[in-house]
Design a protein around this ligand. Structure first.
Ligand SMILES: Nc1ncnc2c1ncn2[C@@H]1O[C@H](COP(=O)(O)OP(=O)(O)OP(=O)(O)O)[C@@H](O)[C@H]1O
Ligand SMILES: [Mg+2]
Length: 179
């Protein structure tokens, strides 16, 4: 797990830090991996990213979301599953510059349904609260800023790529090394 996240995540899990946890920062900085580590530790964890959740809610509304037996999953069942999990993780918030009303309402429900039950939530975005206030509004930014907010820097994907490509660096890696 990314070093700077270990202490705040441990504090929250031990009941010594505030929920929800909001992880934001650079692409590839380890936000998703760190959240999934907490999810593994909790056991019963619901993980979904915003684009997928929006599709799920939309498909459920039109009877197109099916379980393994081919039965339609209702919208209420999607939210019940989300509310019941010990830990819920919502990833890729604000990954598009513009959001529809339905997307906005889905995110608000995602946050409020956990807050209402006082249950732990980890929310993840590449955008900071200020930028999210521009994409969504102040109410979303306020909800995401109400607990533990962690900024994560450093693209680990590039680090991994650079380490694997010492003998034949990509143009980007070569440029970084020269610079
Ligand atoms: N602590 C770590 N040690 C080594 N590798 C790590 C660590 N954390 C993350 N990684 C690796 O770095 C890459 C990016 O991690 P991850 O997908 O969690 O980043 P992210 O911040 O969620 O990125 P994005 O914003 O693009 O979704 C992955 O290949 C992951 O396995
Ligand atoms: Mg991610």
């Amino acid at each position: 797990m990314t070093e700077c996240l270990r202490d705040p995540l441990r504090a929250a899990v031990l009941g010594k830090g505030a929920w929800p946890i909001f992880l934001h920062g650079e692409a590839g900085s380890g936000k998703t991996l760190a959240a999934l580590c907490v999810g593994d530790w909790c056991g019963d964890c619901a993980y979904v990213d915003m684009p997928t959740l929006c599709h799920m809610v939309n498909d459920a509304a039109f009877g197109r979301l099916l379980d393994d037996d081919g039965s339609a999953i209702q919208v209420t069942a999607v939210w019940k599953n989300w509310a019941n999990a010990n830990l819920a993780i919502i990833d890729e918030i604000g990954s598009r510059g513009k959001v529809s009303d339905a997307h906005f309402e889905t995110l608000k429900m995602t946050l409020d349904s956990r807050e209402r039950l006082n249950k732990p939530l980890i929310a993840i975005s590449n955008l900071d609260p200020e930028a999210l206030a521009n994409v969504y509004d102040d109410r979303i930014a306020s909800r995401l800023s109400a607990g533990t907010v962690c900024r994560v820097d450093g693209d680990r994907r590039l680090e991994i790529h650079d380490a694997q490509a010492v003998d034949s660096p990509s143009p980007a890696a070569a440029k970084r090394r020269v610079g």
